[in-house]
Each structure stands twice: as structure tokens, then as C-alpha cells.
Design a protein around this ligand. Structure first.
Ligand SMILES: Nc1ncnc2c1ncn2[C@@H]1O[C@H](COP(=O)(O)OP(=O)(O)OP(=O)(O)O)[C@@H](O)[C@H]1O
Ligand SMILES: [Mg+2]
Length: 364
């Protein structure tokens, strides 16, 4: 699958754009603040309906304008698909595929997908456990849509249990009612963890292989899921979770929240056995994130039979020439990459790429 044509109208700093792309490496280069990231953001939004960096969709609308649209023609194995997303300042966005307006995600072409790498993704390594859980859960959701329901059920029960914990502090005889919440929480939690672990296992194996490749087998990456709950036997997670909830009950009542469960779990990234968060260099940390994104791309391919579009924002700084070359050797599919300096691209790569100079909200 690839994006063959992109049209923008009042999107960020682009008043109007109509551009054709190749299925291969496309490079957006230019000075700071010209619109390179905005273009990746537009492609990501069109492909996934998700925001890459904006907090609210309205930020995508050009200043002082009432609406913005992104329109694309995708070439997929099932034929061409045209999609348009329109964002309004004062009402909900609309999504159109072909001639019809789509109101449900499930009606959209499943072939169209994109993966975004931004410098902010370094939070996956350096940030909080919640950043890592969000990263993996987003991937799980892409390949197992039912996961969203598990997550919602779990969060609903967790909220109720936490409210009850606070109440128990002043009314201890309410503690008995906690049993039924523990039962439900461990049931939904185990469901959630089993899917999360299964997908993480697939992603980890691929990411670890990429890391070895990229470092010429000089360094190894190990990705471990970290939980208080025993995860060695997927079918015994519920029982162990229940046991841990019982053991933590007194502490939980004191604190007024649930201190054990998949909402507290974390993922460790180890290079040569040492936590990358504390000991990894900038380049190593960036490489891990890239390996994760490549693994995500392969996983999506295995699930959907089409490669997602890869959007790499400012990926080349901090990587040495050898690694930059390896990144491009991996690419037989559509990639969009931004850089302020074309010289950062290995020469043989720029020769086989389509180059677009971005200047003040236009392409040259
Ligand atoms: N809603 C908007 N309307 C108009 N202009 C906007 C809007 N949002 C952002 N911009 C402008 O877009 C420009 C930033 O674009 P972008 O982030 O794509 O730059 P860039 O080329 O990626 O730069 P860098 O190399 O620094 O990353 C800024 O000039 C900013 O003022
Ligand atoms: Mg940028």
C-alpha cells in the first residue's frame, strides 16, 4: 500500500498543496519551521485518523481559517482508495472514502495504515511506565481491536475498586465487598495481560533482531515485561493476580488506590543486560525506538498483508552514517523522512529517493 497523491487545504501552514508520491523513499528537506513535520502529520492523520503531535484536532486548521482538509489517493492491493478527512473549527471532523461518508472506524479500508517516528518517541525509553504501556497498548489495539474493550472494562472496574478502597478507610465493614471487585479486576486484568504479552512477545523478538542487525551483532537488546504478577503461565495469571490483590489489600486501603495490576506494569529495555533508560547513549536509545517501529511495521504486515507507510521525523540526527545506511537498506516500501540537511542522507540513498524541498508551507 502506498500514498500516491496528497492534497492539503488550509492544513497547518499549507494553504494549498497537490503532490504526487512514489512508492519508495520520499525525503522532505528544508530549514526549520517550513512545514516538514506538518506534512508527516497530515499523512499520519489521513492514514490513521489519529493525531501525531497535536493535542486537539483544531490545531491542524490554518490560523484564522474555518476548516482544513487532507485528501489522499492510496494504492492498495485491493485497488485505489481515495480518502478525505475534513477538520472544522466548530464541529466534528468528517471522513469520506470514495463517495461515502464513514462514521465507523470499522467501515474504513483496513489496508491503509501508517507508523510515525518522532523525536518525542524517545519517551518510550526515557519516560514513565505509562508511556511504555501506552506504546504497547496502541500496537496491541492496531492488531487486536477487541483489546480496547478489555482495556475499558479493566479501567472501569479499577476505578470502582479505587473508590471503594477510599470508602473502606472510613467504613471498614465495607471491606467485604472488595472480594467481588477483586474477582472482576483479576478476570479482566488477566484477559488484558494475555493479549498484551502475546503481542509484546512478537514485537520484542523482531525488535531484538533488528537491534542485532543494526549493531552488526556487537550488541544485544533484550525486552522484558515487568510485573508483580507471575506471567510465566498465561493461564495462571488470574489466580496470581487475585492472590497479589489480597496480599496488597491493606496497603491499598491505606493509600486509597490499587497498587498491583497491569495498570502498574512496565517494560524494561536492556542493552547488554543494562537498562537503556539509565545507561544507553542517545544514539542507542534512538536505535531501540527505531527497532520497535520496524517491528511494529512487520507485525502489521503479518496481520494485514500490507506494509504501513513509515513516517520518520528527524530520525537521522544522532545516528552515525553506518546506522543511517542500515535504516534505508530496510526500506522496500513507502517511507517519508524529514531532514534539515540533505547531506545527512547517504549519497546512494538520496540518488534513489524522491526529494522535496519544503519552504514556507509549499513544496519546491
Ligand atoms: N495551525 C497552523 N496554522 C498556520 N501555521 C501553523 C499552524 N501550526 C503550525 N504552523 C506553522 O508551521 C510551522 C512549523 O512547521 P513544522 O513543524 O512542520 O516545521 P519543520 O519544517 O518540521 O521544522 P523543524 O525543522 O524545526 O522541525 C511554523 O512556522 C508554525 O508557525
Ligand atoms: Mg519538524
Amino acid at each position: 500500500m502506498y500514498l500516491a497523491n496528497l492534497r492539503l487545504y488550509d492544513f497547518r501552514n499549507f494553504p494549498e498543496l497537490d503532490v504526487t508520491f512514489e512508492n519508495g523513499i520520499n525525503v522532505f528537506y528544508g530549514d526549520n519551521a517550513q512545514g516538514k513535520t506538518n506534512l508527516l502529520e497530515a499523512i499520519y492523520f489521513l492514514s490513521t485518523l489519529r493525531l501525531a503531535r497535536a493535542f486537539r484536532e483544531q490545531e491542524l486548521v490554518r490560523h484564522e481559517k474555518p476548516l482544513a482538509f487532507v485528501k489522499g489517493m492510496f494504492s492498495t492491493a485491493a485497488g485505489p482508495v481515495s480518502r478525505q478527512v475534513t477538520v472544522y473549527r466548530d464541529r466534528k471532523k468528517t471522513v469520506q472514502e470514495g463517495e461515502t461518508v464513514k462514521t465507523k472506524w470499522s467501515e474504513l479500508s483496513p489496508s491503509i495504515c501508517a507508523i510515525y517516528f518522532s523525536p518525542d518517541d524517545m519517551d518510550i525509553i526515557k519516560g514513565q511506565p505509562s508511556d511504555r504501556r501506552r506504546f504497547i497498548d496502541n500496537i496491541v489495539y492496531q492488531v487486536r481491536p477487541a483489546f480496547y474493550k478489555f482495556l475499558q472494562q479493566y479501567q472501569r472496574v479499577l476505578l470502582q475498586r479505587n473508590m471503594l478502597l477510599k470508602a473502606v478507610k472510613s467504613k471498614p465493614n465495607l471491606a467485604r465487598t472488595l472480594d467481588s471487585w477483586d474477582e472482576q479486576l483479576s478476570e479482566f486484568g488477566a484477559q488484558l495481560m494475555r493479549v498484551r504479552l502475546k503481542v509484546l512477545k512478537q514485537i520484542s523478538a523482531m525488535a531484538e533482531n533488528y537491534f542485532s542487525d543494526f549493531t552488526n551483532y556487537k550488541q544485544s537488546l533484550k525486552i522484558n515485561y515487568k510485573s508483580e504478577i507471575d506471567i510465566s503461565n498465561p493461564m495462571a495469571i488470574k489466580e496470581d493476580f487475585k492472590k497479589k490483590l489480597a496480599a496488597c489489600r491493606e496497603k491499598d486501603v491505606q493509600r486509597g488506590y490499587t497498587t498491583v495490576g497491569p495498570h502498574r506494569d512496565d517494560i524494561d529495555f536492556l542493552i547488554e543486560g543494562k537498562l537503556a533508560k539509565y545507561y544507553g547513549s542517545q544514539g542507542q536509545q534512538r536505535l531501540i525506538v527505531l527497532c520497535l517501529k520496524f517491528a511494529q511495521r512487520n507485525l502489521l504486515y503479518n496481520e494485514r498483508g500490507e506494509y504501513p507507510i513509515l513516517l520518520l521525523d528527524d530520525v537521522m540526527s544522532e545516528l552515525d552514517i553506518h546506522r543511517r545506511q542500515l535504516i534505508f537498506e530496510q526500506q522496500n516500501h513507502q517511507v517519508f523522512i524529514t531532514t534539515t540537511d540533505l547531506k545527512l542522507l547517504p549519497e546512494y540513498i538520496s540518488k534513489r529517493s524522491s526529494l522535496y524541498c519544503v519552504e514556507a508551507g509549499a513544496l519546491r
